[in-house]
Design a protein around this ligand. Structure first.
Ligand code: CA
Length: 235
């Protein structure tokens, strides 16, 4: 389930957003100040952040800047919420790394529409759209993987792992990065766990697609794993 962090010090607004997110099928967590927001992101990387500008302690702008500067959080979509409507403020928010900007008071429908747009742009895995490389297709909404149209059976972790790798073919992910992005909370899990699930994923792909399937997840020595798009496209 797509998990949204709401960073907002006004309880009534946070609640209104949370209710609307729930109705739209999102999971949400709430942080009422910048410290709680940092803790929430450190504990578990959210799929997107709705970030109020004016907060007790650090401002939303300062938070956005620091998340953008950190490789672990750089890609999280950020939607700024603010009462400021001046053009210069909008530009400052976007410069700080926000993906979009919404001025209070806003309609929940507009907020959801903008959130969906930002997720589609920055985090296609969370928008529920299917991804395909070569003959391999993964449809998150239907929770289905197919090879040339035939179903590939995967466990839930292998499914998420494959989904993550398919999003950025050829990109190398370290074990730590995969734990963080696929497992969500790397603190309690050993990196060796990744190897176990990669092995299982390769076996599943081999069953469905033969050698090309097994070659799809490539080990990059000393670095991690990547999806080998050539192996899939050549098959
Ligand atoms: Ca505020």
């Amino acid at each position: 389930m797509t998990r949204i962090l709401i960073v907002e010090d006004e309880a009534a607004i946070a609640e209104l957003i949370a209710v609307n997110l729930r109705h739209a099928g999102y999971d949400s967590v709430h942080a009422a100040d910048s410290r709680a927001a940092r803790q929430a992101v450190d504990a578990r990387r959210p799929d997107a952040i709705l970030l109020d500008w004016m907060l007790p302690g650090e401002s939303g702008m300062a938070l956005a800047r620091s998340w953008r500067a950190n490789p672990r959080t750089r890609d999280i979509p950020i939607l700024m919420l603010t009462a400021r409507a001046e053009e210069s403020d909008r530009i400052a928010g976007l410069d700080a790394g926000a993906d979009d900007y919404i001025v209070k008071p806003f309609s929940p429908r507009e907020l959801l529409a903008r959130l969906r747009a930002v997720l589609r742009r920055r985090a296609p895995h969370a928008s529920g759209e299917a991804v395909a490389v070569g003959a391999l297709t993964l449809d998150p909404a239907a929770h289905r993987v197919t090879w040339n149209g035939a179903a590939v059976k995967l466990g839930p972790t292998e499914f998420r792992l494959l989904h993550h790798l398919l999003r950025a073919p050829e990109r190398v992910y370290s074990r730590a990065a995969l734990l963080d992005k696929v497992w969500g909370d790397h603190v309690f899990i050993e990196e060796r766990t990744v190897d176990v699930h990669v092995k299982r994923l390769r076996e599943n792909l081999r069953e469905a697609a033969g050698d090309a399937g097994a070659a799809a997840i490539e080990t990059v020595r000393g670095a991690g794993y990547r999806l080998n798009a050539k192996a899939l496209s050549a098959a």
